[in-house]
Design a protein around this ligand. Sequence first.
Ligand code: APR
Length: 309
Amino acid sequence: MVNKITVVGAGNVGATAAQRLAEKELARTVVLVDVVEGIPQGKGLDQWQSAPIEGFDSRLIGTNGYEETAGSDIVVITAGIARKPGMSRDDLLNTNAGIVKQVSEQIKKTSPNAIIIMVSNPLDVMSWVAKQVTGFPRERVLGMAGVLDTARYRAFLAEAMDVSTRDIQAMVLGGHGDTMVPLVSYTSVSGIPVRQLLAADKLKAIVERTRGGGAEIVGLLKTGSAYYAPSAAAVQMCEAIVLDQKRILPCAAWLEGEYGMSGLFLGVPCKLGRKGLEQIIEVELTPDEKAALEKSAEAVREPMGAIKL
Ligand code: APR
């Protein structure tokens, strides 16, 4: 375990992530931060009281300030507003950019060596805001999207084929939006290419459902967006870093020439270890996949231009 992981935003995603981090004992202390008075303190205390039952030794605390977060090894940012029905992730742009900017300034001051995992949407753009404001190297700013989008894709595939979710290897690249790029050519069931097991029309429908996976849940919940799978995805990234697992996971990373692109965060296969982003892996793409990735990059670049930091 590491000494300290901070989760900023004690809402649905943040509080669930904090509980998962503690249950996995990934940090000695898990700090929950929120602007609303009493909420992080109350949730932190409630969660800490689950320790004797669940049997974990991580200490959970909640606060409205950043003193308690000082020297964090990892900071997961979930602060912001969540989507309501009919809203796209980009509709959250300016509100969340202001929040992420303010949070990033605090992290820079109190945890200058932290690895940031961005969850607030629109994710790819918010990762850029955090990188700009903190000046952290790209190894220490990552966005959580690909793990979640891939989990949705894997869940739908498992259901369609009636097989274990564990046996499905897949990757969804690109931005965290309607333009995301599920890589069908790299999707397999225990090594068996998925195209041998599932008809093309069914596969196409699953790819479409994956692209709208977040909106499907927003439509059902009506008052907020998904949080069980998003928090699990952020915690899987933390686990890969804390345990130096060298896992290859799709994450939003700052591109410096990879896939022929630079100057933006985009979902690509990343090796995660104790240093954070340890490598970006460039896989061969079909011309269609390459075109889809470039289109997705455009959808990330556009809102970046609308933000003044
Ligand atoms: N500092 C700390 N916390 C803040 C700040 C801030 N400056 N501004 C807002 N918050 C807190 C809110 O008080 C709230 O408790 O962020 C929390 C957000 O929680 P929810 O509204 O429950 O939203 P959630 O579902 O957790 O989603 C958070 O993650 O998946 C993304 O799109 C989602 O951007 C959204 C974020």
